[in-house]
Design a protein around this ligand. Sequence first.
Ligand SMILES: *[C@@H]1O[C@H](CO)[C@@H](O)[C@H](O)[C@H]1NC(C)=O
Ligand SMILES: *[C@@H]1O[C@H](CO)[C@@H](O)[C@H](O)[C@H]1NC(C)=O
Ligand SMILES: *[C@@H]1O[C@H](CO)[C@@H](O)[C@H](O)[C@H]1NC(C)=O
Ligand SMILES: *[C@@H]1O[C@H](CO)[C@@H](O)[C@H](O)[C@H]1NC(C)=O
Ligand SMILES: *[C@@H]1O[C@H](CO)[C@@H](O)[C@H](O)[C@H]1NC(C)=O
Length: 360
Amino acid sequence: MRLFLVLPHLLLFLSVFSLTRTQTSAPSTYAATTPAAVTQTTAPPTPTPPQTKAPTTPLTTTTSPKTPTITPPRTTVTTSPTSPLPAPQIFYPFGSAAGDSINPAADDGGSSVIPLLSPFLYFGRTYQQIYVNNNGDLTFSQNLEQYVPYVFPGNGSQDIIAGLWTDLDNRERGVVSYNQYTNGSVLTRATQDINNYFPYLTFTASWVFVATWDKVAYYPVTDTKTSFQMVLISDSSNSFVLMNYGDIAVAGQQVEAGYDTINSTNYFVIPGSNNGISISNLQNSSNVSDPGRWVFRVDGGPETNRENVVGLQADLVSFLDLTESANMQIVLQQIKQELVKKGLPSNINLELRKIKKINP
Ligand SMILES: *[C@@H]1O[C@H](CO)[C@@H](O)[C@H](O)[C@H]1NC(C)=O
Ligand SMILES: *[C@@H]1O[C@H](CO)[C@@H](O)[C@H](O)[C@H]1NC(C)=O
Ligand SMILES: *[C@@H]1O[C@H](CO)[C@@H](O)[C@H](O)[C@H]1NC(C)=O
Ligand SMILES: *[C@@H]1O[C@H](CO)[C@@H](O)[C@H](O)[C@H]1NC(C)=O
Ligand SMILES: *[C@@H]1O[C@H](CO)[C@@H](O)[C@H](O)[C@H]1NC(C)=O
């Protein structure tokens, strides 16, 4: 079990070793208490019974009627911004300035097949091509026009990475674009990000794929603007996905963010992402230390599912306190007590893996 401690000014990476091998998962509901507010961010990837909402043939194009010809009258938007807000800092370069290829503006459309400059390993399968589908997802074997997401795990026949799978419509508002890199500053940035999020790996990115939805409307060309990004990062044997969320408009339709695989051997739904009313929270939630960003290792290698990640928040007086190993032991003991109170076995050991000052 690996722990991320997000302190006001510090990042701690801890390892928890359970002496009883059978005890591999913690209870999934933790109450937030001081000094250590504990939130479990992962569910163990145990098989889940099929959801009743999942279509029986989830991967075929949805056939329910849709009337793309009906476009609401375009009234003057009262909230016309004087200057567009800049993209969030967490976004990788995108758009025409970054030399992106731009998807055709088409409801339920998408890119044609995109040959990858480097193969991408996704839970044991190696792909040489990808599709950027306008409805907010990436697929590998064929394009996907489906605009109503099925619930993950869908036990389907296709691998899918869903930054925000829903009925998006860029015919009149918003741009969907993509680019891939095998050199330059984008690779440097990806390398830094992955080493930061996975401190026990030594990773050097050799390929990055960036797909961006910039201020895209929901169907049918409403005045909503939703911005997010999926970043695929690889060194050809390890692969990762970053999901970056900017402004996400409230949605009155089905939505879902996460990923799923053939037969749902691996899947994840970002908590809260399947509720259109609270979908805007994506810009504030995270499983790393950067609000609005979710990070997943997706090659399917041995490390992928071995660990449960627990987030903790605590207040500390000073960083210097923690540079003394005796002080660190005291803090670790206190964290351990809190974890045991929350249901972890009392014979766990906590070890400090890395400590990093993130603010002055
Ligand atoms: C993000 O969360 C997912 C699911 O909880 C987990 O598999 C993944 O390892 C996490 N990423 C990091 C960097 O902790
Ligand atoms: C997944 O689909 C396969 C083939 O349709 C079926 O045999 C299997 O029982 C399903 N598994 C789950 C968990 O629904
Ligand atoms: C960088 O990669 C691009 C393809 O992504 C290639 O066209 C270009 O020649 C490369 N530049 C260098 C300096 O390697
Ligand atoms: C998915 O499940 C079906 C039915 O159980 C099986 O025939 C197929 O081989 C599985 N596919 C993969 C990639 O595991
Ligand atoms: C997200 O963060 C922003 C900036 O801190 C804040 O204004 C907004 O209320 C937050 N949204 C939610 C849903 O927490």
